[in-house]
Write a protein of this length. Structure first.
Length: 494
């Protein structure tokens, strides 16, 4: 549990939780009453006083999330966009923090390491999904915590504790603002920067008033939109959020004061990013002590395919049909894919010209299913993109919107299935509707899936010997006395 420094107003009490003795008690006759009872204050207070036992209980799930993101980060560090981000980080900041995959082993400041490593972690679009956020939850939080923990010589257990708190913050804010995604905000960055600030504040052992300020600073940095899908900048938006969330916590620790109610107050986050009428404050629900944390329920969704999660259930359904009915690609006349409105909008490419577009192209990925019966990282390289059999199959795939799945404040794209219909030249028709995607805790990835993902990512930049050592260290992260024991293995690896 993060014990506060002596100059910070916390005391440890018998139930091994933290009490923030620096908080003023709300005066029902003062203008501060709503602010002290508001969601920004309640989230900040929860984040500072959550007993360590609560995060230790879910440490296994936290290690899983940490492992998945680190694998994606290491694999992505070899990509040109990640290397460009690494060069910028090395040139812009100075400090003790590792830039993952930098061949020269250069270091930079914590904030710029979070940026570089965040870009690497998202570039493959292989990192997790998280239902309450409608986005990727770990890709902003872990790069920031990794850099900050390295700088502070924090333990692996401290990092995992802060990660759990950050995931819950993302869930709380995401559930309260369900329409951000509908209007085109990139939730991974827009909400992720605030969740990252809360996670970093936990690692730095800030008090409630400081966390309120960290949230306020982060809200001022909240940005990112879905128009960047298929371009380099899409991967940089979470990188900016990782950097800015970390910096928000550092600024709050240094004494910068943010507004007292930047989440649900007038002209605050909810009214600007997700206007849903009155009652914004009530939509921010802090978990009770007897409720499972969100990292367990609903849990993080891990990706078996390195492409946009909006099409994963369609890919799952297509795989099931191909395997169950032994469908041969040459026998297929047409494939009809029905997705929710938001998913169709976010997947605009029909004939991709680069790997980034391929990750957002339904016809391309469905063609891979019918021809390869698997999808691997190598399917997104330049050679694979120009395979004639794949290009010839693409026109057979049509994409349409599921009726009545347009934007609503009461539903998200996750409330609708992905539907796949395969029509053969013989006249046979096969259909499957998929609600739960592979990688969800209700439909977990197989050991074979995990091995393929781990090997595919780590071996892009690491020798088999170093890959094994790094994986052991990541899986044993809860026992690290200093996170630097891991980061030292990741210098100069590209």
């Amino acid at each position: 549990m993060p014990i506060a420094d002596t100059d910070q107003p916390h005391v440890l009490v018998k139930d091994n939780s933290l009490v923030d003795v620096g908080m003023a008690k709300p005066d029902s006759n003062s203008n501060n009453h709503l602010e002290m009872d508001g969601p920004t204050h309640r989230l900040a207070h929860w984040a500072t006083t959550l007993p360590r036992e609560r995060t230790v209980e879910v440490q296994s799930e936290a290690v899983d999330g940490f492992k998945d993101l680190m694998i994606c980060m290491i694999g992505g560090s070899a990509e040109p966009t990640a290397r460009t981000a690494a060069n910028a980080a090395a040139q812009t900041g100075t400090g003790p923090c590792t830039i993952i995959g930098d061949a020269a082993g250069r270091k930079t400041s914590a904030a710029w390491a979070a940026f570089a490593n965040g870009a690497a972690a998202h570039i493959l679009d292989f990192d997790d999904s998280f239902g309450p956020l409608q986005g990727h939850v770990s890709v902003t939080i872990i790069p920031a915590l990794l850099a900050l923990a390295e700088e502070q010589h924090a333990s692996g257990s401290d990092l995992l504790d802060a990660f759990v708190v950050g995931v819950e913050a993302a869930a709380i804010i995401g559930r309260a603002n369900t329409t951000t995604y509908n209007v085109g905000w990139h939730n991974t960055a827009v909400i992720g920067v605030v969740a990252t600030a809360v996670a970093c504040a936990r690692l730095l052992r800030l008090n409630t008033r400081q966390v309120v300020s960290a949230i306020g600073v982060a809200v001022s940095s909240s940005s990112g939109n879905m128009s960047q899908n298929g371009y380099d900048v899409k991967s940089l938006q979470p990188a900016f959020a990782a950097r800015d969330g970390l910096f928000a916590a550092v600024l709050a620790r240094s004494g910068i004061v943010g507004g007292p109610e930047t989440l649900a107050g007038p002209m605050g986050f909810s009214s600007l990013y997700s206007p849903m009428g009155e009652g914004a404050a009530e939509r921010y629900v802090i978990p009770r002590h007897d409720q499972p944390l969100s990292i367990v329920d609903p849990g993080i969704i891990y990706k078996p395919y390195a492409c946009c999660g909006d099409m994963h259930r369609a890919i799952d359904a297509a795989f099931n049909l191909v395997i169950d009915h032994d469908i041969q690609s040459q026998d297929v006349q047409a494939v009809d894919i029905a997705l929710p409105f938001n998913s169709v909008r976010n997947l605009p490419y029909v004939r991709p010209t680069n790997s980034a577009q391929a990750r957002f192209c339904v016809p391309y990925n469905l063609a891979l299913v019918f021809f390869n019966r698997q999808i691997t990282l190598s399917d997104y390289d330049d050679v694979s993109l120009n395979r004639q059999n794949i290009l010839d199959f693409i026109p057979k795939v049509t994409l349409r919107v599921i009726p009545d799945s347009e934007n609503s404040p009461h539903t998200t794209y996750l409330d609708f299935p992905n539907e796949v219909t395969v029509i053969l030249h013989s006249g046979k028709v096969y259909r499957q509707s998929q609600m739960v995607r592979k990688g969800d805790r209700k439909n977990p990835m197989s050991p074979k899936d995990w091995k393929g993902k781990i090997d595919g990512c780590l071996r892009r930049t690491l020798s088999p010997e170093r890959a094994a050592a790094v994986l052991r260290c990541i899986e044993g992260s809860a026992d690290l006395n200093d996170v630097g024991e891991l980061t030292v293995l990741l210098r100069g690896i590209a």
